[in-house]
Design a protein around this ligand. Structure first.
Ligand code: SF4
Length: 319
């Protein structure tokens, strides 16, 4: 529910891809809000549509329908180059694989300066230099690395460049698309801590996308769980971990230890095949794998409903 604290509001977002075999419902009627300064974690298995949500929000994939409102402005109404440039400054993305997302022919300085140049945000070379070196310091990149190329740097430093490129435009909102999954575990913690520090320093709002619930737990205030193009549960991160409601969330969680006590949960092994996201049939998309499936689940698609204190779940077990 949108409040005066809401920064980003997503309503009935759909992204369909038209293939030779039918219509792929990658994102199918997804709605959520993110408050100012909040991190919403978005989790789900590979191919569930979570990265497509992130890209559709900032119009790297043009949504099929829906509304995406940033501080009251529906960014899907933006048509002109000036509007789109304004949107790109306010909403940024950090990609999973910094190596493939960085131009290998540009050095660190030019990679970080590039968004300033494209958006004409530095009037002089001196101003550009000052901004780039200040940003390098902010993200923990030594100034001696200004002339280094991506292939000369480790994964952590390359991801720091990715973060610096996003931050240098002073955005309000950043999509973090699996930002640590390509990194070694020791470096993952450093980058997560950096993102946390930057969020506090610059009052940033994040959508943090990951397939890994234990990574999401470290950074998120609330967590949304996605399954085959739909959000099936959203709640405070403590509620997701301690009082999950949706059978799919319970199965995901059963694979990781209970955070508070470091205990193992009873593992739930999902059986059945993941249905095709092409021209999906009505009913719950999890029905074929759910041990609690009822007749209604096969014909009626469950709506995401608030079960109290903002804990939303889409499942016929809850009425
Ligand atoms: Fe299982 Fe039915 Fe709930 Fe879907 S709606 S998760 S099939 S109980």
């Amino acid at each position: 529910m949108e409040t005066k604290n809401t920064l980003l509001s997503v309503e009935n977002l759909k992204k369909y891809f038209y293939t030779g075999k039918g219509v792929l419902h990658a994102v199918d009627d997804v709605s959520f809000d993110i408050n100012k300064g909040e991190t919403l974690g978005l989790v789900g298995e590979s191919g569930c549509g979570k990265s497509t949500v992130g890209r559709a929000l900032i119009r790297l994939h043009e949504p099929t329908s829906g509304n995406v409102t940033l501080e009251g402005q529906n960014i899907l109404d933006y048509k002109t180059k000036t509007d789109m440039r304004k949107m790109r400054q306010e909403m940024q993305i950090v990609f999973q694989d910094p190596y493939s997302s960085l131009n290998s022919r540009m050095n660190t300085f030019d990679l970080i300066a590039d968004p300033l140049v494209v958006n004409k945000l530095a009037k002089t070379n001196k101003e550009k230099e000052e901004k780039v070196y200040r940003m390098m310091e902010t993200v923990g990149l030594e100034s001696r690395l200004a002339g280094s190329f991506p292939h000369e740097l480790d994964g952590g430093r390359r991801q720091r460049i990715g973060i610096a490129r996003a931050l240098i435009l002073e955005p309000k909102f950043i999509v973090m698309d699996e930002p640590v999954s390509a990194l070694d575990v020791s470096i993952q913690a450093q980058i997560l801590n950096l993102m946390d520090d930057l969020q506090k320093e610059f009052s940033l709002t994040y959508l943090f996308i990951s397939h890994d619930l234990s990574v999401v737990r470290h950074i998120s205030d609330r967590i949304a769980v996605m399954y085959l193009g739909k959000i099936v549960e959203i709640a405070d991160y403590i509620d997701i971990f301690e009082k999950p409601k949706h059978p799919y969330t319970k199965a995901l969680l059963s694979a990781i230890p209970i955070p508070k006590y470091g205990l193992e949960r009873k593992r739930i092994f999902l059986e059945g095949d993941v249905p095709s996201p092409i021209d999906p049939k009505p009913g719950c998309r999890f029905a074929g794998r759910c041990s609690e499936c009822m007749d209604i689940c096969k014909t009626e698609t469950p709506e995401l409903k608030d079960e109290g204190k903002g804990h939303q779940v889409a499942c016929h077990l809850y009425k």
